[in-house]
Design a protein around this ligand. Structure first.
Ligand code: ASP
Length: 606
């Protein structure tokens, strides 16, 4: 028997044909001696019927019945038969093969499956087992329609990227997986060298330095579907290894890079959905993003914007605000309009949000409600009627509206406010699930300065081109982020191509000359041999696809992901290795206890 068709292929035009299908027994049932099987493969599901009363002449019904008794769930089987129309009234409109069925004439068990640990059919809510069980048996989980579709979308997405990049003269170039450990923000995974005991390679956190050196090497336009490795705690949208579309271009400005990415996304969109996407994307400055939405990756699918009240309340005789403003902090408010939220959030809910505000890193949460034309709350007594009126005006507060006020240091307060804004939008069901709001976050700083130690750190990474003199009070960075629905899809920038300036930036972030030389000497040297002006970006492919598919975590769009504890439950890695292997590497073996592999109770951290 040789497969003639897949399980997703047969239609009414095929009625009368003799076919052979091979696939997995997803479901079988016996209706008074007539057996029905749902035979599944990657392409679909076809109904197979075995009716002992209705078999071609010469069929050995007994032997066929015996064979079919072995057709346990998820066994892989081969069947031959005749395509026929389903009995009137039993067609399945939701299944593309649902008008026909195959009447068995021959059957063979190719490989019997053990009883699967969970149902693979299309699941109703709540029937699926927890994620760890699915990942432990991911090869079974992969057979589910939803997961098959995720893999298909991913494959198509990557194919479309390659098509577009190729059309636009980009060269696909692979960069090393074993390379030098260079600080890029996260912890490296390190790999011991056997040939040179005591030395290590690092797995790349991204191909950043190599792609820049490709520009020095005149490659002009480079891209790669690059695997990146970062040893950080797993979260919803992170895991130890992930895939980026990494690219770099020479002789460009920021707009050229952004135009290329917009063109790419429009192309991929058309390829996936057949529709046009609106470009150019909206641009929003970092300061405005933070002060309006409390986030450097704002979700624009809903309102709930913050309004600054720092000036409005600066003379209010309210101690808490005075102290905060005196220390250079801010006060801002969010207006929950009566029709959207104000009336739905009662006194108890307000207390709940006050409790949550602490979790979001806010010092507290002040509220005021607009009642009988005036702002009312437990603290309005500390404000003059004039200031209250100004707050009301500034916030556009009308009857029934509820105001939440946040106050504290600029960054942490807006960030906490952003988390509160998101929580409110979720609780009030204000987020349209099907909308896609892309935006470029622009006008970013080059450095972040620790308010306590005064220490400089880079906002993106140290290779970003500063936009003004490094000794200026504020230094802008020629960098930007692409965001979608409150998620950062990727970061890009123009790069420093002058070794002297690159060294200055390293110094600015506290590296001494010796450290610069050890970590980046080779790179500075490369910049010294005619590095062209260049820039680029990297987009997180797993994250992008998971958002498009409405998945909660990137793990759903990765064939074999690690779990929340950075463990692969499927192959049991990370694992101990034999002592002789360690000896060869001259690594001392430590006796360690059992590894905590996580489990159903392990949770994602935001
Ligand atoms: N290498 C950077 C990252 O992975 C992206 C870039 O600047 O191209 O975030």
């Amino acid at each position: 028997m040789r497969r003639t068709n897949t399980c997703g292929e047969l239609r009414s035009e095929d009625i009368g044909k003799k076919v052979c299908l091979q696939g997995w027994v997803r479901f079988s049932r016996d209706h008074g001696g007539v057996a029905f099987i749902d035979l599944a493969d990657r392409y679909g599901i076809t109904q197979i019927v075995f009716d002992p009363e209705d078999v071609p002449k010469g069929t050995d019904v007994n032997s066929m019945s015996n064979t079919m008794r072995g057709f346990t769930r998820e066994s892989v089987v081969s069947i031959s038969g005749i395509v026929r129309k389903r009995v009137e009234g039993t067609e399945d409109g939701r299944n593309p093969t649902g008008e026909v069925e195959v009447l068995i004439t021959e059957a063979e068990l190719l490989n019997r499956s053990r009883s699967p640990p969970f149902e693979l059919g299309d699941q109703k809510e709540g029937v699926l087992p927890n994620e760890d069980t699915r990942m432990r048996y991911r090869y079974l989980d992969l057979r589910r329609t939803e997961v098959i579709q995720a893999m298909q979308t991913r494959s198509r997405f990557i194919h479309l990227i390659r098509e577009y990049m190729d059309k636009n003269d980009f060269l696909e170039i692979e960069t090393p997986i074993l390379a030098r450990s260079t600080p890029e923000g996260a912890r490296d995974f390190i790999v011991p060298s056997r040939v040179h005991p005591g030395t290590f390679y690092a797995l790349p956190q991204s191909p950043q330095l190599f792609k820049q050196m490709l520009m020095v090497g005149s490659m002009d336009r480079y891209y790669q579907i690059a695997r990146c490795f970062r040893d950080e705690d797993s979260r919803k949208d992170r895991q130890p290894e992930f895939t980026q579309l990494d690219m770099e271009m020479s002789f460009v400005d920021m707009k050229d890079i952004q135009d290329t990415i917009e063109g790419l996304i429009a192309f991929v969109w058309k390829g996936l959905y057949g529709t046009e996407i609106k470009i150019p994307f909206r641009r929003i400055g970092y300061k405005e993003a933070m002060e309006s939405y409390g986030s450097d990756k704002p979700d624009l699918r809903y309102g709930l914007k913050f309004v600054s009240l720092t000036e409005t309340v600066k003379d209010a005789p309210y101690d808490i605000f005075q102290r905060i403003l005196g220390a250079g902090g801010i006060v801002a408010g969010i207006n929950l309009k009566a029709d959207v939220a104000g009336e739905r959030i009662g006194r108890n809910d307000v207390d709940r949000y006050i409790g949550q505000a602490k979790k979001f890193g806010l010092g507290g949460l002040t509220w005021m409600r607009c009642k009988d034309g005036k702002l009312d709350s437990n603290i309005t007594k500390y404000f003059t009627p004039e200031i209250l009126d100004n707050i009301k005006q500034k916030m556009g507060a009308e009857e029934g509206d509820l105001l939440f006020l946040i106050a504290g240091p600029w960054k942490s307060t807006y960030e906490g406010g952003g988390a509160l804004r998101k929580k409110l939008a979720e609780d009030l069901d204000l987020i349209p699930a099907d909308e896609m709001q892309f935006l470029w976050m622009v006008d970013c700083p080059m450095f972040e300065v620790d308010p306590v130690s005064g220490k400089y750190d880079v906002f993106h990474h140290p290779f970003v081109l500063p936009e003004n003199d490094l000794n200026d009070k504020y230094v802008g960075g020629a960098c930007f982020d692409l965001c979608l629905n409150g998620n950062e899809l990727g970061s890009g920038s123009l790069r420093i191509h002058d070794p002297v300036m690159q060294r200055e930036v390293f110094r600015k972030i506290g590296m001494d000359d010796e450290k610069i030389e050890t970590d980046f000497g080779f790179f500075l040297e490369a910049l010294g041999y005619g590095a062209p002006p260049h820039g680029g970006i990297a987009l997180g492919i797993d994250r992008f696809i998971s958002i498009l598919l409405g998945k909660d975590t990137i793990r759903e769009v990765i064939a074999f992901p690690k779990n929340k504890k950075a463990v692969s439950l499927l192959d049991g890695s990370p694992s101990k290795v034999d002592d002789d292997k360690l000896e060869e590497l001259q690594i001392m073996s430590l006796s360690i206890g059992d590894i905590d592999f996580g489990g159903p109770e392990s949770t994602d951290e935001e």
